[in-house]
Design a protein around this ligand. Sequence first.
Ligand code: SAH
Length: 444
Amino acid sequence: MGTEQNKYYIVCRNITEVFRAEKSLKKGGIKCMTVPSPPKEAGPCTTVLEIGYSDIKKSIQILKASYIEILKIIKAKPAHIVLKQKIMESIKNKEFREALIRVTEGHSPTLSDIKVLLEATEENQKVLWQTADEVRQKTVGNIIDIRAALEFSNYCRRDCAYCGLRSKNRNLSRYRMTEREICDNAVKIASMGIKTIILQSGEDPWYTRDRIVSIIKTIKSETGMRITLSLGEREPEEYQCFKNAGASNYLLKIETTDKKLYRLLHPGYHMEGREHHVRLIKKSGLITGSGNIIGLPGQSIENIAHDIIWLRQEGIHMIGIGPFVPAPDTPLEKNTPGAVDLSLNCIAVSRLVCQNSYIPSTTALATIQKEAQLQGLASGANTVMLIMTPPQYIGKYRIYGNKFAVDLDWALSMVKSLGRKKPQAINNTTKTCEVAGFEYHTKK
Ligand code: SAH
């Protein structure tokens, strides 16, 4: 799509229009992709369509002929950060200073620059976090997006070495929520003013394509919420069906881009296969989320630097970065957890390198250290996912132990203490949570 200077964004009224526009443009042979809206200029919709300069005229014609309204077309501006003189002078380490300048000037990042930034400690780390926070503010703005995850099944056919849901774990009591249960919970979540629900599960083929399609349609018609799916790898043609049924996003973490490590941790699977699925998801028009785990046994800083380059190259819209948390009843239960500082650095560097992505400050981070989630939001992250799984199941979705149940109160307290903004529709009162049936979340 040309160089950064030649990118333009088409702004539509809402996400349905963005998807319609994307479909028409692709049909007309225009290369385009959905990317997060830049703050302020782009209006109320969180997603815009990126096109190249040379396609503007033809795109306008195509959209006009398809009766799709364009609110405006704006030039993509990479967030150029001018490192303040004082901050610059405070960086004593030449290697770090030069790497930071190169990355913030919008150059294509090199593996060695990213590595240097990931390794930042003490003063340098503070500068890194501050710079990422500034880029976050300039690219995705001050609203902390709050989304809700509903973990509807803990059955899984896979055997990922780090995950407590792995099929070989016989010490886990398994559950599946019915379609009605899932939809009733979605209605409660919607009544809190939350606009996006993330339906997550182990890789569970019991939920056939038709069952998932039916769940998507019912949630859509009963709540109008945006639906993100996180179901693991599905049959190749299913992603398109889910998109057609009304899902907006799909989350499939690459976990690690290191081929050897991937194979070791995911018996019977390989990184290229996972990557292929991420690309299939993207091709189906679903807005694509991915991400990695930090501190896996045998993982190097260079591996993580490579993950970040991969996330940029694939144009990942939502980037989930979480530290490895040793899970009970897995082969890795005695391993050391991933480092909080490295995870925070990875969030910060991903913000610098990928610029206008949605980056959550993850539950895994909060599980290792509650305050680290707050720091994540001050180091480049702009999203929080609430865990809205019903109380009778929440403890059973044990991807790792002692999972911190991020709730609305905690999310809003972070928004407040950082002086940021919450999404407008989210009701501010604990009382609303109680009305919505989430007493257990608010009265801890
Ligand atoms: N079956 C779905 C959802 C998996 S759970 C899928 O395959 O995408 C969601 C995420 O939890 C995973 O992508 C993984 O990154 C993370 N996860 C699982 N176990 C973990 C652990 N022990 N430590 C840190 N993250 C873990």
